[in-house]
Design a protein around this ligand. Structure first.
Ligand SMILES: NC(=O)c1ccc[n+]([C@@H]2O[C@H](COP(=O)([O-])OP(=O)(O)OC[C@H]3O[C@@H](n4cnc5c(N)ncnc54)[C@H](O)[C@@H]3O)[C@@H](O)[C@H]2O)c1
Length: 422
């Protein structure tokens, strides 16, 4: 919705409850990181809201506050965490199992991590074939399960004295699903929930519960979830922000960085082959072809959106794009992603780029969860629902910063530079 320049944004008073669906590698690395920062054991590296700055006015004005000081964002000390998972392990046990963070650090954070115990999940193995767990809700139909979540959310808010809540899906990737007729509007969607229709995935039940409870929702997985008219209507009716389609933090991060550079230089692309090995639970889930297809579709679309083959057919029409994920347990969360990029330049001469990214998936994802939580909580969402997603990280950053300037009544930065001649 459009927001007026310099609109009033309510200060982030009181506690912000961050409700995480899934208490696995990403969620526990996020919670542990926030607790470590609060204790003064670490810096918020990778977090745009905490470390990023925003230039205001002319370059010569020297006004470059940190984003967190420019916006009335919640303070890290006011964050409270809640979660759902199909395993009953606390965040401490789950983080130990995930093996992302060293035992020594986890030992120092044991107390706050042990306090985060997952509520029973809404789960159905038909949607995540490789998992089964015992910490699961029972209900006679999907609407009843959603109502259980709604009651639990209200109880969490009351018990933890939260002023506001946000919900982030950091649970496993569900099987590939396409929009169905029952997603067309809220009435059909709710009836389908009563009928236990298979087009209603667990992630949709959480998102429905969040939006019904007046809570913004972000999707860290490539699931269909809120990308259906029924959910968008509900979000719009309640004036709530929804966002996300996978965290896009590992191999896809590289695509969102490199592809804009190739396009800026008008270099062509014959093909982009990506393969990676990872050995965490996410890798195990993605070893199932149906969950992998959800991930694959989302990853493939990134290059299409950035490179715009329709606008630049000589450069980007019909490039070959292959993505493989191989589950390889010895690597744990420390993924290795290889990219082979076949490009072409002046007179069509061919060149190749090879990337070997030894990354840590959850280390990259955790600060994104923090930024999403804080920005979702900002009272003035500004989105244009009819636009396609923007995956170019540089355009994203420019758009975000200009949106923030607009919200705070500052001049937009156009990079024209005329102001320096005044
Ligand atoms: N790690 C990354 O950098 C990264 C990047 C992009 C996207 N993602 C996505 O984020 C999600 C989380 O990744 P992760 O590495 O933490 O995975 P993970 O397997 O460690 O954690 C996911 C957790 O979700 C739980 N879960 C599954 N279905 C659930 C349900 N219906 N309700 C509640 N809990 C449920 C699982 O039991 C598991 O504990 C995955 O979908 C992954 O594809 C991760």
């Amino acid at each position: 919705m459009p927001v007026k320049k310099g609109a009033q944004i309510a200060p982030a008073k009181g506690k912000l409850g961050v409700l995480l669906v899934g208490l696995g590698a990403v969620s526990t690395t996020f919670i542990a990181g926030v607790e470590a920062i609060k204790e003064g054991l670490a810096e918020p590296i990778g977090s745009l809201t905490q470390m990023g700055t925003i230039r205001l006015g002319k370059r010569t004005d020297n006004r470059v506050p940190k984003i967190k000081d420019f916006l009335p964002l919640a303070d890290l000390k006011d964050l409270v965490f809640g979660a759902w998972d199909i395993f009953p392990d606390s965040a401490y046990e789950a983080a130990t199992h995930a093996g992302v963070l060293e035992k020594e650090l986890l030992g120092k954070l044991r107390k706050p991590l042990q306090k985060v115990k997952p509520m029973k999940a809404v789960f159905d193995q038909n949607y995540v074939k490789r998992l089964s767990g015992t910490n699961v809700k029972k209900g006679k139909n999907k609407l009843e399960l959603a109502n259980q979540l709604i009651a639990e959310i209200a109880e969490f808010k009351r018990k933890n004295k939260c002023a506001r809540l946000v919900m982030i899906w950091a649970a496993s990737t569900e099987i590939f699903m396409e929009p169905h007729a029952v997603h067309r509007n809220l009435k059909l969607f709710e009836q389908a929930m009563r009928d236990n229709h298979k087009a209603i995935a667990p992630s949709m039940i959480y998102a429905y519960a969040a939006l019904k409870s007046g809570i913004p929702f972000a999707n860290g997985a490539p699931n269909l979830t809120v990308d259906i008219p029924a959910m968008m209507d509900l979000a719009n009716q309640n004036g709530l922000a929804v966002c996300g389609k996978d965290f896009k933090t590992g191999q896809t991060l590289m695509k969102t960085i490199i592809a804009p550079g190739l396009k800026a230089r008008m270099l062509g692309l014959h093909g982009w082959y990506s393969t990676n090995i990872l050995g965490n639970r996410d890798g195990e889930v993605l070893d199932d072809p149906e969950s992998f297809k959800t991930k694959e579709e989302s990853k493939l679309s990134v290059l299409e959106y950035i490179l715009q083959p329709d606008v630049y057919p000589q450069l980007y029409k019909d490039f070959s794009h292959v993505v493989r994920i191989n589950y390889y347990p010895p690597r744990g969360d420390n993924k290795e992603g290889w990219d082979n990029i076949d490009i072409f330049g002046w007179l069509g001469y061919k060149m190749q780029i090879k990337i070997d990214f030894l990354c840590r998936d959850s280390i990259l994802a955790a600060p994104i969860v923090l930024d999403l939580a804080l920005l979702l909580d900002l009272e003035s969402p500004m989105t244009a629902p009819t636009l396609y997603p923007e995956h170019d990280v540089f355009i994203q950053l420019m758009k975000l910063k200009n949106t923030l300037r607009h919200l705070r009544g500052e001049d937009l930065i156009t990079h024209l530079g005329l102001e320096y001649y005044d």
